[in-house]
Design a protein around this ligand. Structure first.
Ligand code: FE2
Ligand code: FE2
Length: 365
């Protein structure tokens, strides 16, 4: 433990230095002027300060006020040494943050007992703050692991859905990225944007309950099939609901609300306006954008421009106008996500074709 000693009286300083050296594991850092302390302060290293109250130029309190300006000394314990028994002096020192006083002339036995107490207190305080820091790190680690596990559950559920409908894989990931881009433009917090990206891939998880003849039908659905298909929103929400995971709760909310419409004409609950959760209002636009710009069994892919125009034209009817405005601001990002995905798909197709050619050559030989 390093103890700063400041006293303009050399005899006193020598005495204090000698007394500190007698304490267990303590080292004295002596200074005879406050000015010398101040100029050495950035490089100084000490745990406790014992400062003479009456000194020329700077008194003890003024010096201490300067010391605690440095962040690393903000909580350093200080003891003032004073010959002054006057209450006003003592109050000024206490107000400045003194934890104890020593009266001049210093009594060696009293000095050692008091300083030893402060040393023990400082050690205990440091152990406590080390422990708090360790605990904080452990909690952060545990929360991080929990989130990774939540993300893995989501990923595996999404994988399960892909077995049912191969279109789902890329669709869900694109919708997740588009949703995050819209959420950012809406000014949601970092955490909320990330959560929406992680939860959005499960918006169509309820499709696992759809019969193949409806889900995989080539061509338009009949009215009855369309109604049957609508059930995926509620089923998806039910699959994910009542979880303790906040991410799965959000995913359940998105599954339930991504087909609601701003004007109340959507499903499953015909919610309208602000009663539709913001996550659902965002994913609704992302989902529509993706459905329109990609080919489906019942329609060819729309162009980017036609799709954008369609969505902007439905602000206030199908979509939340604020989310549409955020979508419009996010368009450069959204276009980039769409084009990157198309490039990746083309590369994958080329690789598959090349692998097929290699196979044909091997068979021909
Ligand atoms: Fe859906
Ligand atoms: Fe979807």
């Amino acid at each position: 433990m390093r103890i700063l000693l400041v006293d303009d009286n050399n005899t006193n300083l020598k005495l204090l230095t000698k007394l500190v050296k007698k304490l267990d594991n303590c080292e004295a850092v002596p200074f005879s002027t406050p000015e010398a302390v101040l100029s050495a302060l950035p490089e100084l290293d000490f745990d406790i300060a014992i400062i003479d109250y009456q000194m020329p130029v700077y008194n003890g309190v003024e010096l201490f006020t300067e010391i605690v300006r440095f962040e690393k000394y903000a909580n350093v314990p200080v003891v003032f040494v004073t010959a002054d028994k006057d209450m006003t002096t003592r109050m000024a020192a206490l107000n400045a943050g003194a934890i104890d006083f020593l009266t001049k002339p210093v009594n060696p036995v009293e000095f050692q007992a008091r300083v030893q107490n402060i040393v023990s207190l400082t050690v205990a305080r440091r152990q406590l703050s080390d422990q708090a820091e360790w605990l904080r790190r452990e909690v952060d680690k545990a929360v991080g692991e929990l989130r990774l596990r939540e993300q893995e559950i989501i990923h595996r559920l999404t994988l399960a859905a892909e077995y049912k409908d191969p279109e789902t894989a890329r669709h869900t990931l694109r919708v997740a990225s588009y949703s995050e881009a819209i959420a950012r433009e809406l000014g949601l917090s970092d955490q909320e944007c990330t959560d929406i990206r992680l939860a959005a891939p499960m918006h169509d998880i309820g499709k696992v309950a759809m019969p193949d003849k409806v889900l995989l039908k080539q061509g338009r659905l009949t009215e009855a099939e369309y109604r049957q298909m609508q059930a995926h929103a509620q089923i998806g929400s039910d699959i994910l609901s009542r979880s303790h995971s906040s991410l799965l709760q959000l995913a359940s909310e998105i599954a339930a609300s991504h087909h609601e419409r701003w004007d109340g004409q959507g499903y499953p609950n015909r919610l309208s306006g602000d009663t539709i959760p913001i996550s659902g209002r965002i994913v609704c636009i992302a989902d529509n954008f993706d459905a329109l710009t990609t080919e489906r069994p019942y329609k060819s892919a729309w162009s980017y421009d036609k799709t954008v125009e369609h969505i902007l034209g439905r602000a206030g009817t199908q979509f939340d106008p604020a989310c549409v405005a955020a979508f419009e601001r996010a368009l450069p990002t959204i276009r980039e996500i769409m084009e990157t995905d198309r490039r990746e798909q083309a590369q994958e197709a080329a690789l598959r074709a090349a692998a097929l050619d290699v196979g044909k050559i091997a068979i021909a030989r």
